[in-house]
Design a protein. Structure first.
Length: 278
């Protein structure tokens, strides 16, 4: 992965090595407030998946618990795995404020979704909001799916959520420019945050884009910072994902183009695969 957490306003704040974990940076603190995240409309989809397929549930790349905690509040036993200690720390903080019965339903573990062994099986495994797109190499993608397969009980389901690739976004120079600022957010400690984003580079032969989420921070004392969360995203095409799933022992049971369970069409924003372990 690329760099994370560059402060371009007044010198470098953090600059991670190529192997570092991008989410172990300032982004863990902002994650639950930024528009990229708060506009997600996927919770009902995952809650209804939990009702349909049952628990225990494993969320791979659970982050700050945005999806995991509502699942546990609704009564599911949920395990969460994430590679970022900083994201998990936020999740633990939020979990500490939940009722005892919710806390008892949640297990969290730091680990890599391409290489984990939890010694338990699940009825449902979910990978909400792009963790799978952080797996840049085919071998990583296959390892993740094989691990998921091994951790599912017979007939268990895997829900894989990736965006449907928009052809313009993989070559059009317009996307190299910063987007207009989104609405200003008030952070709990009095800072104000405005977010923009841009594609930093296209790598079509590798099916990857380098992406930057740019954060302009105003401190209560008037100081300003520009923090860049930079990462690389792998994009997928429908039949590529179907082939990956077929190679790892899954059958695509349902396929949707959005969280309202509408069919996958040319202009659908998402590709939501509900895959059954065979
Ligand atoms: C966009 S966040 C999604 C978090 C959460 N699923 C949600 O819907 O809000 C992506 C998460 O994937 C995690 N991640 C990326 N690569 C991972 C890996 N190889 N193993 C486990 N987690 C990973 C990141 O640390 C981050 O927390």
């Amino acid at each position: 992965m690329l760099t994370s957490g560059r402060n371009e306003g007044g010198g470098e704040r953090t600059m991670s090595a190529p192997t570092a974990i991008p989410y172990d940076s300032f982004i863990a603190e902002f994650y639950d407030y930024i528009p990229t995240v708060t506009v997600r409309r996927d919770l009902d989809f995952y809650l209804s998946g939990a009702r349909e397929y049952g628990d225990p549930i494993l969320e791979l790349g659970c982050g700050t618990g945005r999806v995991l905690l509502p699942l546990a509040r609704e009564g599911s036993n949920v395990a969460g795995l994430d590679i970022s200690e900083a994201m998990l720390a936020r999740c633990r903080e939020k979990l500490a404020g939940e009722k005892d019965e919710v806390r008892r339903r949640v297990q969290l573990q730091c680990g890599d979704m391409t290489d984990f062994d939890l010694d338990v099986t699940f009825r449902l495994i979910i990978i909400p909001f792009r963790p799978f797109q952080h797996l840049l190499e085919v071998e990583q993608q296959l390892s993740c799916l094989r691990r998921a397969h091994r951790h599912l009980s017979p007939g268990g389901r895997l829900i894989l959520d990736v965006f449907q690739t928009d052809a313009q976004r993989i070559h059009d120079p317009a996307f190299l420019k910063e987007t207009p600022p989104l609405r200003e957010i008030n952070l709990p400690d009095g800072r104000k945050l405005v977010q923009t984003e841009r594609t930093a580079a296209f790598h079509r032969a590798e099916q990857r884009n380098d992406v930057e989420l740019i954060h302009y921070i105003k401190h209560p004392d008037g100081r300003q910072e520009r923090l860049v969360f930079a990462f690389t995203l792998r994009y997928f095409f429908r039949f590529e994902v179907e082939h990956l799933l077929a190679r790892t022992g899954f059958r695509v049971a349902e396929l949707y183009g959005d969280f309202d369970r509408s069919p996958l069409l040319d202009d659908s924003p998402e590709m939501l695969f509900v895959a059954e372990k065979i």
